[in-house]
Design a protein around this ligand. Structure first.
Ligand code: NDP
Length: 343
């Protein structure tokens, strides 16, 4: 490891971050099967410099595990719905074990049919979506993943929270390059970001939210007790509504409003469904796969060639750095987590 521990930071290998998360989760009663993919996702988030989904999530995991409906020993089993569709009931555990157990059928069906769908039901969800997208693009497939959350976001033109922060992630496999991946919430800003501004007594930009009377405000507290807004006005609002429908009623699961009611003030991670779609370019392409790849690469080249960056480039750079030098973790956070792990 080339980086040295500093006064305020320590340096850990990716595996050490994962092991630390694993210790906290299992010591607090989560089964090893549930904890393993979650710990790996947190370590990957630290490695890729997506800290909001890294080790600090462990603190919220304890609230989630305390929810009366949370199942610490959930043991999801995939069920074939049709030639193209697979359902997996997460059985009120975390989403990731369900995703990992559903992935082989999703991939196999997309390879055979050109497109395939995985519906995950009854999952508590607290992770970023890009690790799932990357797990699908690793098989040469394109991927689209989405889920609702809790109703914190007002629709464009409205004043009351109805929609979730509803992330959408997309991935496209590339030869000789990491996949093209984007992954973002449909809210204008993350709820945690607004809470950070409140903690630091800072105002937020206009457009992030409205107060409880529906008026635009730069006061983070007014937005947290009023409503967040989507990005892109009516366009983001419609996209967030699409996520509600496709990862909610379409697969027989909760909308963000229903998920908020289900939480009943427990402040657990939102519980709902997740929709995962895989596309096989080798089957759907009209031309040869090589020609289609060339067209995609020409598109990426035209974007990057004018100085614009592709989404995930920052993450991939952070990944290379972390793999070579280790991951810097704040000593204060590490101490809090060690206490949760029993020292
Ligand atoms: P951001 O607004 O930070 O956008 C993230 C995406 O946009 C990344 O793919 C990022 O790539 C890319 N990006 C950022 N800046 C640029 C740029 N200048 N040019 C090109 N691409 C850019 O994300 P959010 O705050 O909306 O979401 C963060 C995470 O939170 C996501 O992973 C999402 O899945 C997660 N989330 C999860 C929820 C859940 O219910 N589980 C709910 C809401 C959010 P890069 O990473 O390389 O910067």
């Amino acid at each position: 490891m080339s980086l040295q521990d500093g006064h305020d930071e320590i340096v850990l290998a990716v595996e050490a971050v994962s092991e630390l998360a694993m210790r906290v989760l299992t010591r607090n009663g989560l089964s090893s099967a549930q904890a393993e993919p979650l710990a790996r996702a947190m370590a990957a988030a630290e490695r890729d410099d997506c800290r909001s989904h890294g080790l600090q999530r462990l603190l919220g995991c304890l609230d989630t595990m305390a929810h009366p409906r949370f199942n610490r020993n959930a043991d999801p089993r995939p069920q074939e719905v049709s030639a193209a569709a697979t359902r997996i009931d997460a059985d009120f555990g975390y989403s990731l074990l369900a995703f990992e157990r559903g992935l082989p059928l999703l991939v196999q069906k997309a390879q055979a049919l050109g497109v395939s769908v995985l519906a995950i039901n009854n999952c508590f969800h607290s992770t970023a979506l890009w690790p799932e997208v990357e797990a699908i693009t690793a098989h040469g497939l394109a991927a689209l993943v989405m889920n609702p959350s809790h109703s914190w976001v007002a629709p464009a033109g409205g004043s009351k929270p109805v929609l979730g922060t509803n992330p959408i992630a997309f991935g496209w496999p590339r030869q000789g390059h990491p996949p093209y991946v984007f992954d973002f919430a449909t809210s204008a800003a993350a709820r945690a970001e607004i809470a950070l501004h409140r903690r630091d007594n800072k105002t937020i930009p206009v457009g992030w939210g409205i107060d409880s009377d529906g008026n635009p405000t730069t006061d983070p507290q007014a937005v947290l007790s009023g409503a967040m807004l989507t990005f892109g006005g009516h366009k983001g609002s419609a996209l967030a509504t699409m996520v509600e429908l496709l990862a909610g009623p379409l697969i027989g699961d909760m909308t963000s409003m229903q998920s908020m009611d289900f939480d009943a003030g427990a402040k657990a991670a939102p519980c709902h469904g997740e929709l995962v779609i895989a596309f096989n370019p080798a089957l759907l392409g009209r031309d040869s796969i090589e020609r289609n790849d060339q067209a995609a690469e020409a598109l990426f080249g035209a974007i990057a060639g004018q100085g614009a960056r592709l989404p995930s480039e920052r993450r991939y750079r952070a990944r290379l750095r972390s793999d070579a030098e280790g991951i810097r973790v704040s000593r204060a956070l590490h101490d809090r987590i060690l206490a949760l792990a029993g020292g």
